[in-house]
Ligand binder design. Structure first.
Ligand code: 9Z3
Length: 318
């Protein structure tokens, strides 16, 4: 490691430290820790050694006021994270689904686009019925969701702001550190790069009578480095890189792979992210394409990643 790497580490470490020191304290942090402890206990006691994955999903917000009326948001519906969660459970992972409140949820991805009222009706005695053409799908969702939760394979933790997201990610990372190389981070959430520090944020609603709004945003510390180096050094880490310019996508993904020590960077373009993701590793690049409009690209992506993760576990065990 040369001295510029070392000073970079120091900068990242101190940036992360001051971010957490000045962030508003996470509400329910004791409850979240208890849930994590129980989830980890259940999955580390299971007869067959289980791998665990933290899937992050949806966009983080950046509040502009402490009593927040306005905020900056990041693009992400949470569909990718919700779909991937289902496929991770299917291939045998226990999943901690860290998601934006109100975003897509696993096992009911037809909501919120369609109202749940479209899936139920009342018969003459006012009993709830599911229309025949929807019954098979609803039954499958109920069965799979309750099976995942009942078997202790799914824990859902919601966030809204960048402050909540990073504090929850830290709690998750330190809680599952005991899984070592059997843990994976699948960071599909769209995370703000800029934010207003809590102490310099207006308390009350910013008034328009004061004229045009002039504000300076600080850079969010690069937490991928901290995750990799401090919170979960043995984990298999997959981050996503989203760009709009095809000419810089792969170059940025390569840079993220090296700079943050990721095992995989899944690179996608806003224009076609549902159809194509380039999986970038130090061994090369693989393009994952959706087979048809009725398929989820996430099924193939999760299959490829769980295979690459197994190879990583074998390598570490040598
Ligand atoms: C992604 O690139 C995801 O694939 C999408 C999924 C957000 C495009 P949807 O939730 O969309 O299915 O609607 N996520 C990562 C985006 C991101 O913020 N990456 C950072 C970056 O590109 C690195 S952490 O710099």
């Amino acid at each position: 490691m040369d001295s510029s790497d070392q000073s970079m580490n120091e900068l990242e470490r101190s940036g992360a430290k001051s971010f957490f020191e000045t962030a508003p304290p996470l509400k329910n942090s004791d409850l979240i820790s208890d849930k994590l402890k129980e989830f980890v206990r259940r999955n580390s006691e299971s007869a067959t050694p289980r791998s665990i994955v933290c899937v992050t999903s949806g966009g983080t917000t950046v509040p502009l006021e402490q009593r927040c009326v306005r905020y900056i948001d990041n693009f992400s519906s949470g569909y990718r994270g919700a779909a991937s969660t289902e496929y991770f459970v299917k291939v045998g992972y226990a999943v901690i689904f860290v998601h934006r409140r109100g975003s897509y949820q696993p096992y009911c991805r037809y909501l919120p686009e369609d109202s749940f009222l479209d899936f139920v009706q009342l018969d003459e005695e006012s009993n709830i019925q599911v229309p025949e053409d929807r019954a098979a799908m609803v039954k499958k969702s109920i069965r799979e969701y309750h099976k995942a939760v009942g078997e202790g394979l799914l824990l859902k933790l919601p966030f809204t702001t960048i402050f909540e997201y990073l504090q929850i990610l830290q709690l998750v990372a330190t809680s599952i550190n005991c899984f070592g190389c059997h843990s994976m981070f699948y960071l599909a959430a769209a995370v703000s790069d800029f934010y207003v520090p809590w102490e310099s944020m207006a308390e009350h609603k910013i008034q328009s009578a004061s004229g045009p709004l002039d504000m300076r945003l600080n850079q969010v510390p690069k937490m991928l480095s901290v995750l990799r180096k401090e919170w979960a050094p043995a984990a298999f880490c997959v981050s996503f890189k989203l760009e709009t310019d095809p000419d810089i996508l792969i170059q940025k993904a390569d840079a993220a792979l090296k700079r943050y020590g990721m095992n995989v960077v899944a690179a996608n373009l806003l224009a076609n992210y549902k159809e194509e993701v380039v999986v970038v590793t130090s061994n090369g690049k693989t393009i994952v394409r959706r087979n048809s409009k009725d398929d989820d690209l996430e099924e193939q992506l999760v299959a490829l990643l769980s295979k690459t993760h197994s190879e990583y576990i074998q390598l570490v065990a040598l």
